[in-house]
Design a protein around this ligand. Structure first.
Ligand code: HH2
Length: 279
């Protein structure tokens, strides 16, 4: 049991807490801070190793949110989680003002889907805050990213982008050991033509030498692979398949909505690996 537990911790599970009215995956369910804090506590009880708290949806067509509104959504939830637990908290935002307020409230990681490109001061602020940062690949802007994404070689282009952003962050003063990379599944990628080869080539991203965060949970490509028309909350099987695929490719953490089921899947996968190839 102890071995299985320790090994399962090798791939960390980041539970998603969306304090938004319109997230593609669970919009509106946890907009009230009390409901969001209760959801966060549930994910902790289910075995999350960290939480990713966000106050703005990144899906195309989502309503823009001011920094003040985003702060009003996420800070009470961060404070409530911090009061109840020492679990690492990530803030999912592209806005420097939100990142600053979230870190002041107790977040230790800035998850930025724009890889610190949204505002000119983002890189310097990440260095100043001294928190961990997730640099995610996205082609284009959230509003239009799915219009007509084009790549010659999606794996090579995503890897090159992430290596460049890591270099930019380090040049701005972010310490190397604080940097995470994320291929950005579903962000400016054609459902099957780009997401599948990118997942197939995930080892090229983990080989860059930074911890990799992977978000496949409930994403649209799962519905496309499964014949189409599968609602976001009916994509658990595909989400788990993606998490296990990421684990096999060496990712450090998976960003998921269904924590309990993912933790169990990773534990079984890990235990089988240990039984098959004892060290
Ligand atoms: N995916 C979403 C949001 N943030 N951050 C990282 N680093 N990687 C991801 O894959 C990622 C992310 C989209 O999922 P969700 O938060 O459920 O939806 P929405 O953006 O609509 O709130």
């Amino acid at each position: 049991m102890a071995t299985t537990k320790a090994a399962a911790a090798a791939v960390r599970v980041m539970g998603v807490v969306n304090v938004t009215p319109d997230s593609f995956s669970d919009g509106g369910r946890h907009l009230d801070p009390e409901a969001a804090a209760a959801h966060a506590r549930r994910l902790i009880a289910e075995g999350a190793d960290m939480l990713d708290i966000g106050g703005e949806s990144t899906r195309p067509g989502a309503a823009p949110v001011s920094a003040a509104e985003e702060i009003a959504r996420v800070v009470p939830v961060i404070e409530a989680v911090r009061a109840a637990s020492a679990l690492p908290i990530s803030i999912d935002t592209m806005k420097p003002a939100v990142a600053r307020a979230a870190v002041a409230a107790g977040a230790g990681m800035w998850n930025d889907v724009t890889a610190l490109r949204h505002a000119p001061q983002s890189l310097a602020l990440a260095a100043e805050l001294g928190c961990e940062v997730v640099l995610m690949h996205m082609l284009g802007e959230p509003g239009t990213m799915q219009a007509a994404p084009r790549y010659d070689d999606v794996v090579a282009e995503v890897a090159e982008f992430l290596a460049d952003r890591a270099a930019a962050a380090m040049a701005a003063g972010v310490r190397r050991e604080r940097i995470w990379l994320d291929p950005g599944i579903g962000f400016g990628k054609h459902m099957l033509r780009h997401n599948l080869p990118l997942l197939a080539g995930l080892r090229r991203i983990t080989a860059l030498g930074f911890p990799v965060l992977l978000g496949v949970s409930r994403k649209s490509f799962i519905s496309a692979v499964d014949g189409g028309g599968v609602a976001a909350d009916r994509r658990l099987g595909g989400s788990i398949a993606g998490a296990l695929w990421g684990a096999a490719a060496g990712v450090a953490a998976v960003r998921v909505h269904d924590v309990r089921e993912t933790v169990q899947a990773l534990r079984v996968w890990q235990a089988l690996g240990e039984a098959a190839w004892p060290s």
